[in-house]
Design a binder for this molecule. Structure first.
Ligand SMILES: O=P(O)(O)OC[C@H]1O[C@H](O)[C@H](O)[C@@H](O)[C@@H]1O
Length: 313
């Protein structure tokens, strides 16, 4: 096997849109579009794709790319005056050549820094001065880390408030074989029931119909276990108290133009988010929100011990 060196390359993606490809020595890779600072691919050492992107995804402004990891900012979903999920996912970001210092681990050597600042047009719909910096890191072990730093740069003394989500589409072999651990007994708002508040039952989540829930103050670690593939995704979050779980199922899937009718079977969105308590930044203040995802063979998952599994395998 030839030894590869880690690399960061700017190239052209679909429809000529700028795309950055990160590659690590053991073979893993990540692709991120400047359009939306949107991660569209995350592959493990064997070249297997771990994120879902729809076959019908449109890589053309102003539509956000369907799949991967759209960034919802400054508004999650339709809860404010802005367009659904805010505008960060359909703006053209730039490469940040001189990002402010960020403490890094030595395994974080392959990364790119992107930046979004408001244009005059943006200012008309959201009149706030900010710098949104996103670092996309591919670790030596193949983990994908997203670190957002959002700063209020206004000079008029005005604070601003936002909600946020890393709208992560994981690829799964069969949604009916998937289990999510870490959200049992948590409170959630059900988007399918006008955001009424409920408490999740005690078992790991499984899927047999449409799901659109915002788990409040969810634990920092959530596991998505794909039994058929014998793969576990582990999501770790910091600065992002909530977690959204979404699968449109068959009826909603048919209503989404850039999503295949049967594709709901092969994806699940689990999203580190800050929704229930919006974040407020005064001028000069900065907020940081991190999501790290890794994919491991299911037998390696070292989550909290489940007594049932210990006893019954
Ligand atoms: O179609 P989009 O605007 O990308 O939104 C897709 C989905 O995102 C989130 O998960 C929301 O909770 C859902 O209500 C929404 O349908």
């Amino acid at each position: 096997m030839t030894a590869r060196s880690p690399s960061v390359e700017l190239c052209k993606g679909n429809n000529g849109l700028g795309k950055i490809v990160l590659r690590e020595t053991r073979g893993s890779s990540v692709e991120v579009y400047l359009y939306g600072a949107h991660v569209t691919s995350w592959k493990n050492d064997h070249g297997e794709e771990l994120l879902f992107v729809s076959n019908k995804a449109i890589f053309k402004p102003p539509k956000a790319i369907r799949g991967g990891i759209p960034i919802c900012f400054p508004q999650f979903a339709g809860t404010g005056n802005l367009e659904q999920h805010g505008f960060a996912r359909n703006r053209l970001w730039s490469i940040d050549e001189s990002p402010p210092h960020l403490a890094v681990n030595s395994s974080h050597r392959t990364f790119v820094d992107l930046i979004l600042k408001p244009t005059e047009e943006d200012f008309k719909i959201w009149p706030h001065s900010y710098e949104f910096r996103l670092r996309v890191v591919l670790t030596i072990g193949g983990d994908l880390i997203l670190i957002s730093r959002i700063r209020n740069t206004s000079t008029d003394g005005k604070p601003f408030t936002f909600t946020f989500a890393y709208h992560t589409y994981f690829t799964v072999s069969d949604i009916s074989e998937v289990r999510v651990e870490g959200l049992e007994t948590q409170d959630y708002l059900d988007n399918l029931k006008e955001r009424e508040r409920f408490t999740e039952q005690g078992d790991a989540l499984t899927f047999e119909s449409e799901v659109d829930k915002i788990y409040l103050n969810a634990p920092p670690k959530i596991a998505i276990i794909d039994h058929e593939k014998k793969r576990t995704y582990v999501l770790w979050k910091e600065g992002l108290p909530d977690a959204v779980v979404w699968n449109p199922w068959d009826k909603k899937a048919k209503a989404i133009a850039d999503f295949g009718d049967d594709e709901y079977k092969h994806m699940l969105c689990v999203e580190a988010a800050a929704i229930e308590n919006p974040i407020t930044l005064k001028p000069g203040e900065e907020w940081k929100g991190l999501q790290e995802i890794s994919a491991v063979p299911s037998s390696y998952y070292s989550g909290p011990l489940d007594p049932h599994k210990v006893l019954h395998g």
